[in-house]
Design a protein around this ligand. Structure first.
Ligand SMILES: [Fe+2]
Ligand SMILES: [Fe+2]
Length: 189
Protein backbone atom coordinates (compact mmCIF):
# COMPACT_ATOMS: atom_id res chain seq x y z
CA UNK A 1 0.00 0.00 0.00
CA UNK A 2 1.27 3.47 -0.79
CA UNK A 3 0.78 6.63 1.30
CA UNK A 4 -2.52 7.63 -0.33
CA UNK A 5 -4.00 4.11 -0.08
CA UNK A 6 -3.11 3.96 3.61
CA UNK A 7 -4.56 7.45 4.18
CA UNK A 8 -7.80 6.38 2.46
CA UNK A 9 -8.08 3.30 4.67
CA UNK A 10 -7.33 5.27 7.86
CA UNK A 11 -9.90 7.92 6.92
CA UNK A 12 -12.56 5.16 7.05
CA UNK A 13 -11.28 3.57 10.29
CA UNK A 14 -10.44 6.58 12.44
CA UNK A 15 -12.74 9.32 13.70
CA UNK A 16 -12.38 12.57 11.73
CA UNK A 17 -10.49 14.34 14.53
CA UNK A 18 -8.06 11.42 14.94
CA UNK A 19 -7.51 11.20 11.18
CA UNK A 20 -6.73 14.94 11.04
CA UNK A 21 -4.30 14.44 13.94
CA UNK A 22 -2.63 11.56 12.02
CA UNK A 23 -2.16 13.76 8.95
CA UNK A 24 -0.70 16.45 11.25
CA UNK A 25 1.73 13.97 12.84
CA UNK A 26 2.72 12.84 9.36
CA UNK A 27 3.44 16.44 8.34
CA UNK A 28 5.37 17.33 11.51
CA UNK A 29 7.34 14.06 11.33
CA UNK A 30 8.33 14.87 7.72
CA UNK A 31 9.49 18.35 8.75
CA UNK A 32 11.52 17.00 11.69
CA UNK A 33 13.03 14.29 9.48
CA UNK A 34 14.10 16.91 6.91
CA UNK A 35 15.61 19.02 9.71
CA UNK A 36 17.61 16.13 11.20
CA UNK A 37 18.65 14.33 7.99
CA UNK A 38 16.33 11.35 8.36
CA UNK A 39 14.30 9.64 5.61
CA UNK A 40 11.39 12.05 5.05
CA UNK A 41 9.08 9.55 3.31
CA UNK A 42 9.59 6.98 6.06
CA UNK A 43 8.84 9.54 8.78
CA UNK A 44 5.78 10.76 6.88
CA UNK A 45 4.34 7.25 6.55
CA UNK A 46 5.16 6.32 10.16
CA UNK A 47 3.44 9.47 11.39
CA UNK A 48 0.38 8.70 9.30
CA UNK A 49 0.14 5.18 10.73
CA UNK A 50 1.15 5.81 14.35
CA UNK A 51 -2.46 5.80 15.70
CA UNK A 52 -3.83 3.07 13.37
CA UNK A 53 -5.02 1.08 16.42
CA UNK A 54 -6.35 4.09 18.33
CA UNK A 55 -9.97 3.42 17.35
CA UNK A 56 -10.05 -0.06 18.92
CA UNK A 57 -11.97 -0.63 22.15
CA UNK A 58 -10.17 -1.53 25.38
CA UNK A 59 -11.40 -5.13 25.13
CA UNK A 60 -10.26 -5.38 21.53
CA UNK A 61 -6.82 -3.97 22.41
CA UNK A 62 -6.45 -6.47 25.27
CA UNK A 63 -7.54 -9.38 23.04
CA UNK A 64 -5.15 -8.39 20.28
CA UNK A 65 -2.30 -7.88 22.75
CA UNK A 66 -2.83 -11.44 23.93
CA UNK A 67 -3.03 -12.76 20.36
CA UNK A 68 0.15 -10.89 19.36
CA UNK A 69 2.03 -11.93 22.54
CA UNK A 70 2.42 -8.29 23.62
CA UNK A 71 3.25 -8.06 27.33
CA UNK A 72 0.44 -6.50 29.36
CA UNK A 73 1.95 -5.25 32.61
CA UNK A 74 0.33 -3.80 35.74
CA UNK A 75 0.17 -0.36 34.12
CA UNK A 76 -1.26 -1.39 30.77
CA UNK A 77 -3.90 -3.76 32.14
CA UNK A 78 -5.98 -1.01 33.83
CA UNK A 79 -5.13 1.52 31.06
CA UNK A 80 -5.52 -0.54 27.86
CA UNK A 81 -5.43 2.62 25.69
CA UNK A 82 -1.63 2.47 26.11
CA UNK A 83 -1.74 -0.75 24.08
CA UNK A 84 -2.74 1.12 20.91
CA UNK A 85 0.97 1.77 20.30
CA UNK A 86 2.33 -1.83 20.32
CA UNK A 87 -0.89 -3.21 18.82
CA UNK A 88 -0.61 -0.48 16.15
CA UNK A 89 2.86 -1.71 15.25
CA UNK A 90 1.45 -5.21 14.65
CA UNK A 91 -1.40 -3.84 12.57
CA UNK A 92 1.04 -1.71 10.55
CA UNK A 93 2.93 -4.89 9.70
CA UNK A 94 0.02 -7.27 9.20
CA UNK A 95 -2.64 -5.01 7.67
CA UNK A 96 -0.67 -2.20 6.04
CA UNK A 97 2.35 -4.17 4.79
CA UNK A 98 5.00 -2.24 6.73
CA UNK A 99 8.09 -4.40 7.26
CA UNK A 100 10.68 -1.74 8.18
CA UNK A 101 11.67 -2.49 11.82
CA UNK A 102 12.52 1.17 12.55
CA UNK A 103 9.04 2.26 11.54
CA UNK A 104 7.38 -0.49 13.57
CA UNK A 105 9.51 0.33 16.63
CA UNK A 106 8.66 4.05 16.38
CA UNK A 107 4.93 3.21 16.30
CA UNK A 108 5.30 0.81 19.25
CA UNK A 109 7.10 3.43 21.39
CA UNK A 110 4.99 6.48 20.61
CA UNK A 111 2.89 6.55 23.81
CA UNK A 112 5.31 5.65 26.59
CA UNK A 113 8.68 6.29 24.98
CA UNK A 114 11.52 4.18 26.35
CA UNK A 115 15.26 4.03 26.83
CA UNK A 116 17.73 4.37 23.96
CA UNK A 117 15.24 5.68 21.41
CA UNK A 118 16.49 6.12 17.84
CA UNK A 119 16.04 9.31 15.82
CA UNK A 120 12.85 8.13 14.10
CA UNK A 121 11.40 7.07 17.48
CA UNK A 122 12.02 10.58 18.85
CA UNK A 123 10.66 12.24 15.71
CA UNK A 124 7.37 10.32 15.91
CA UNK A 125 7.03 10.80 19.67
CA UNK A 126 7.56 14.56 19.31
CA UNK A 127 5.50 14.95 16.13
CA UNK A 128 2.63 13.37 18.10
CA UNK A 129 3.01 16.16 20.70
CA UNK A 130 3.54 19.17 18.40
CA UNK A 131 1.50 18.51 15.22
CA UNK A 132 -0.44 21.59 14.02
CA UNK A 133 -3.80 20.73 15.62
CA UNK A 134 -2.30 20.25 19.10
CA UNK A 135 -2.83 23.14 21.48
CA UNK A 136 -1.69 23.25 25.11
CA UNK A 137 0.21 25.75 27.28
CA UNK A 138 3.87 25.73 26.27
CA UNK A 139 3.38 24.14 22.85
CA UNK A 140 5.21 26.91 20.98
CA UNK A 141 8.25 26.41 23.20
CA UNK A 142 8.17 22.62 22.67
CA UNK A 143 7.73 23.09 18.89
CA UNK A 144 10.76 25.32 18.58
CA UNK A 145 12.83 23.10 20.91
CA UNK A 146 11.97 20.02 18.81
CA UNK A 147 13.52 21.65 15.73
CA UNK A 148 16.64 22.67 17.69
CA UNK A 149 17.48 19.63 19.83
CA UNK A 150 15.61 16.31 19.76
CA UNK A 151 16.95 15.08 23.12
CA UNK A 152 16.15 18.32 24.95
CA UNK A 153 12.67 18.28 23.43
CA UNK A 154 12.19 14.62 24.44
CA UNK A 155 13.12 15.49 28.04
CA UNK A 156 10.62 18.37 28.03
CA UNK A 157 7.94 16.09 26.50
CA UNK A 158 8.61 13.35 29.09
CA UNK A 159 8.34 15.93 31.88
CA UNK A 160 5.08 17.19 30.45
CA UNK A 161 3.71 13.66 30.14
CA UNK A 162 4.66 12.88 33.76
CA UNK A 163 2.99 16.08 34.99
CA UNK A 164 -0.13 15.10 33.01
CA UNK A 165 -0.42 11.61 34.51
CA UNK A 166 0.39 12.77 38.05
CA UNK A 167 -2.20 15.57 37.94
CA UNK A 168 -4.83 13.02 36.92
CA UNK A 169 -3.66 10.33 39.37
CA UNK A 170 -2.98 7.96 36.47
CA UNK A 171 -0.37 5.21 36.60
CA UNK A 172 3.11 6.07 35.34
CA UNK A 173 4.51 3.63 32.82
CA UNK A 174 8.09 2.64 33.77
CA UNK A 175 9.24 3.02 30.14
CA UNK A 176 8.64 6.79 30.39
CA UNK A 177 10.83 6.98 33.50
CA UNK A 178 13.49 4.80 31.85
CA UNK A 179 13.46 7.02 28.78
CA UNK A 180 13.81 10.18 30.88
CA UNK A 181 16.56 8.71 33.09
CA UNK A 182 18.44 7.52 30.00
CA UNK A 183 18.44 11.00 28.44
CA UNK A 184 19.42 12.72 31.71
CA UNK A 185 22.33 10.33 32.23
CA UNK A 186 23.40 10.78 28.59
CA UNK A 187 23.22 14.56 28.99
CA UNK A 188 25.36 14.50 32.14
CA UNK A 189 28.11 12.28 30.70
FE1 LIG B 1 -1.24 7.42 19.96
FE1 LIG C 1 -1.25 10.34 18.21
Amino acid sequence: MDYNQIADKLSCILKAKRFKHSLGVSQSAAELAARFGEDVDKAKLTGLLHDCARGLSSNNLLQRAEAFFIGVNDVKLPQPVLLHAPVGAYLARNEYGISDPQMLKAIALHTTGGRDMGTLDKIIYLADCIEPSRDFPGIDKLRSLAFKDLDAAMLAAFDQSLHYVIERSLLIHPATIEGRNYLLLKQNN
